[in-house]
Design a protein. Structure first.
Length: 356
């Protein structure tokens, strides 16, 4: 049984890797602004529950306000989280060297005894998943906003992969890591597991993978191989989720429609692909943009990395009006009939899986 089908039934867990070569280990020092704990406590009213915005793999996130009125978001490292000191330093070192309108801005950090905190600009509209998968809030994401989010995330990834002074693979692209400002402009966040590539480096292999099942490419989930094309795959899942308003569920039930990539491919083969589009979009849709995004989403989740476009190509294709997109091949984990094969986690080899 091949590795791609084995991936389908891995437990729906976050999987983490201790950072090794290819990232900043902290040896060069943390050169972002360091805040003292008293300042952070005062800003968050001693981490008052009323100021808690949510909780991610890193730990809880709190809203705060400095004495000068600046509103902030504080990520507090949880002792129970899988992220440790290396991941903490990695996030500080990586994002402090980046500047782009579609990346969240790190203001500084705080280390106080065992406490480790990251201080970010505050995003008033929380994260993409808060709107996209909520029946009440999804109506606020009309097609113009969704298309802008797709474009913005694509441009942010081009910056990470090609345009910054570092070449960075994010490795954990998902809706909860896309934050939204007051105009719903997207900002990529959570760089704790990012990896830095050398100038001519194409791919790296690790024995322990990191990311979120449902967004991970098959070659990465099962073989530990990651590259720019791993982020491209995750971006493709994001696009399909933004288009449909559905999550790419980790565990398909008896109904294949529970698995978004499979549903999208089946509808594509049956020439019913527009049925994938979120009904709440109504008349706000721009039909040519929708079709272009559907094709791009399917191209990005191709099984083999070589068949996926680069993010630079994605941005170029998004801005083109020409109908020049190649037809997608069968997507990852699906055969020519778009059916999902059943498989066992026991066939996973050379990959350590940790809860997070």
């Amino acid at each position: 049984m091949n590795s791609s089908c084995t991936y389908c039934h891995i437990a729906s867990r976050r999987i983490q890797e201790s950072t090794v070569s290819g990232d900043y280990s902290g040896n060069q020092g943390l050169d972002s602004r360091q805040y003292d704990m008293d300042t952070i406590k005062a800003a968050t009213n001693y981490f008052d529950h009323e100021n808690k915005l949510g909780e991610g793999g890193f730990g809880p996130v709190y809203k705060g306000r400095f004495a000068d009125g600046q509103v902030i978001a504080v990520k507090r490292l949880s002792e129970r989280s899988g992220q440790g000191t290396k991941e903490f330093k990695n996030e500080v070192e990586v994002i402090s060297r980046l500047q782009h309108r579609n990346l969240v801005k790190l203001l500084g950090y705080c280390i106080h005894g065992e406490e480790k905190l990251l201080v970010y600009e505050f995003m008033p509209n929380k994260s993409l998943d808060f709107f996209l998968f909520d029946a009440t809030n999804s109506g606020r994401l009309d097609w113009r906003k969704r298309y802008g989010i797709i474009e913005g995330v694509a441009r942010g990834l081009v910056y990470l992969h090609r345009d910054s002074r570092l070449r960075i693979i994010h490795r954990d692209m998902k809706t909860s890591n896309i934050l939204l400002d007051e105009q719903f402009n997207p900002k990529i966040s959570d760089f704790g597991m990012a990896r830095i590539f050398g100038g001519d480096q194409i791919q790296e292999t690790t024995k322990r993978v990191v990311g979120t099942i449902g967004y991970m490419s098959p070659e990465y989930a099962m073989g530990g191989k990651f590259s720019e094309k791993s982020d491209v795959f995750s971006f493709g899942v994001l696009v399909l989720e933004i288009l449909s308003g559905k999550k790419n569920n980790y565990y398909p039930n008896d109904d294949d429609d529970d698995e978004l990539i499979g549903l999208a491919w089946r509808l594509w083969e049956e020439h019913r692909i527009l049925e994938l589009v979120d009904p709440s979009l109504g008349d706000s849709c721009h039909s040519s943009q929708v079709m272009r995004c559907i094709k791009l989403g399917l191209l990005c989740v191709q099984e083999f990395p070589a068949d996926r476009p680069t993010m630079s190509m994605v941005v170029s294709l998004l801005s083109s009006d020409a109908d020049d997109l190649p037809a997608p091949k069968p997507v990852a984990f699906f055969g020519t009939r778009g059916t999902l094969e059943s498989c066992s986690v026991n066939e996973v080899t050379n990959t350590e899986i940790d809860c997070r």
